[in-house]
Design a protein around this ligand. Structure first.
Ligand code: F6R
Length: 242
């Protein structure tokens, strides 16, 4: 595990984007696993800047997002498809046909999960999986539980997760109750995992996840078993590692 702490968000974002562009420059056909939420926005901004400078091309890259809400129209401001379009996809030359996100409006969500797993299978291994961290230790939308699911599945979001995400919606009632998420098995199969954690409110959970017992009560703790985990933290999130 490689833990890096940054004294500014600018440096953290540049470093995160640099790891991704370095990979894509050496392997233009890289398969990237992508995350949404507040944490990666600055990294996506750096990727767009890099693309505009003509340094990195994404035309042969394939991406798989971790998750999508169930029941939000694709063009809803808070759907993860819309988030990705706004923050990254509309600004780079990644072909839409290779930018995969689970379809949260599929008539048969279980069949959609199987379709997503087949696509992942066909793409081979994810070269780099970008992750944020939930306050309860979730990764993707794999919530703490007595058992975790390996492949893509439908999940009922925990109350605390909906509360944390309510900041993006007008009210708590508008936050979807369910999502489709890649499973922990798929996440752990990635060649490299880039976990990004920011803010004092994540200091306890990131410390527990990376130094505490490996348990499904804290899904991120399973990352301790990964052979190539890189963690980027701001000083506030990383304060317990001193
Ligand atoms: C997003 C995702 C979630 C978030 C986590 C942290 O695709 O899978 O696990 O990474 O909820 O969210 P933020 O970054 O908003 O604190």
């Amino acid at each position: 595990m490689n833990l890096l702490t940054f004294d500014s968000h600018a440096k953290l974002h540049e470093s995160g984007a640099g790891i991704i562009t370095g990979l894509v420059q050496t392997n233009p056909r890289a398969v990237l696993g992508l995350a949404t939420g507040g944490t990666p926005v600055g990294i996506y901004e750096e990727l767009v800047k890099d693309y505009r400078r003509g340094l990195t091309r994404f035309k042969d890259v394939t991406t798989f997002n971790l998750d999508e809400y169930v029941g939000l129209p694709e063009d809803h401001a808070e759907s993860y498809r819309n988030y990705m379009n706004m923050h990254l996809f509309h600004h780079i030359d990644l072909p839409r046909t290779r930018a995969h996100i689970p379809d949260g409006n599929a008539a048969d969500p279980e069949a959609e999960c199987r379709r997503y797993d087949q696509l992942l299978e066909q793409a081979g291994q994810i070269d780099l999986q970008l992750l944020g961290l939930g306050h309860n230790g979730h990764i993707g939308f794999n919530e703490p539980d007595h058992a975790l699911i390996s492949g893509t599945h439908v999940v009922q979001l925990r109350e605390e997760t909906r509360r944390a995400n309510a900041r993006f919606f007008d009210s708590m009632e508008q936050v979807p109750t369910h999502a489709l998420t890649m499973g922990v098995g798929t996440i752990l199969k990635a060649r490299m995992i880039l976990l990004v954690v920011k803010g004092a409110d994540k200091a306890d959970i990131v410390h527990r996840a990376l130094t505490g017992p490996i348990t499904t009560d804290c899904p991120a703790s399973l990352l301790q078993t990964h052979p190539h985990l890189v963690v980027l933290m701001d000083a506030e999130a990383g304060r317990l590692f001193a």
